[in-house]
Design a protein around this ligand. Sequence first.
Ligand SMILES: Cc1ncc(COP(=O)(O)O)c(C=O)c1O
Length: 412
Amino acid sequence: MIPDVRAAFDVERVRADFPILSRTVRGRRLVYLDNAATTQKPASVVDAISRYYTGINANVHRGVHELSELATDAYERARERVRAYFNAGSRREVVFTRNATEGINLVAHAFARPLLKPGDEVLISAMEHHSNIVPWQLACAATGAQLVVAPISDDGELDLSAVDRLIGPRTRLVAMTHMSNALGTVTPAADIVRLAHAKGVPVLLDGSQAAYHMPVDVRALDVDFYVATGHKLYGPTGIGVLYGRASLLGEMEPFLGGGDMIASVTFQRSTWNELPYKFEAGTPHIAGAIGLHAALDYIDSVGLDRIVEHERSLLEYGTAVLQNIPGVRIIGTARSKGSILSFVMDGVHPHDIGTIVDREGVAIRTGHHCAQPVMERFGVPATARASLAMYNTTADLDALGDALARVREVFA
Ligand SMILES: Cc1ncc(COP(=O)(O)O)c(C=O)c1O
């Protein structure tokens, strides 16, 4: 029988592809558990960026010379790669942005603002990142519309029946996370879309966390807008993705004006370039798109299905590690959960937890995680958060457990 070489997940082999993981911090092995903030980069991503700058650097869509053609080709192949990753129907529906935040702001400005009238509503959930709250607040303030917030349970699960109830005749858009960065909750995205569409309301999903932890198929979800951010997808910072249904993008006015997004310009009036260029004003982050292409290739070479399985078993292991430490309470215990462990410890401020575990070489995040309303919902000022990626190991989680035991000693 031919062995299935893809079946086994060789985490050490994966780790070897990430140069930074072999460095030390504070004189100790780096235990990187801050992946929800940003993931580390495989060498192939860094190499792809370097090859672009050393081999084919030129501006795109502008020149007739060979380097410009090569750069344009690489940039557009990156778009095709993103299209395939999210299974969008067409490259016209894939807009490169700076990050997820810019994607949401683009939709808030170019789609929501012209649509919203006084008394209209935008529905979000109680577990959104600030990036999926503030742009809607700004749009509501400018138009007289209102922000409506769907509640979550004590486990951090979205109340789907409340979502259904809250989508009313004044709802113009539903904007919700696909996975919470503060709780780990994976939301029932397809159900949200189904409920909203049943009432003729379009949906934006914030896939910043979901996109590197699970397969995302925008056509199967039937979602109208989907945003993701490259630096969490093992790619570079400064590059993000907005998927938008072509029929909606086509109707929208531009977000930013300038070079590349126009078909013609006179002092009297300008006309707009075709999709998706209408939404890409100015020189884009060419190297970033190329780096993102390499990152998505890397994810696929490891296998997203195997990453999902590896992270699921790590989450189980990490949950048990935390549950074994006296006084630790996990915030976010949804049944459907990605590999994020938010927690508090009796009598210790999360900031002190972060500082002490850092001395042991363990990098976690502490604070409100850009989700202050979530902290308020759970009655805590902040949490400590360990978040996992494909290269983490049970040894990393043991190191976290040992470092937290040290915290307990310090505060005994
Ligand atoms: C759920 C969620 N939405 C949005 C963002 C914003 O991502 P970016 O800062 O890359 O735009 C983040 C980043 O932490 C996030 O976790």
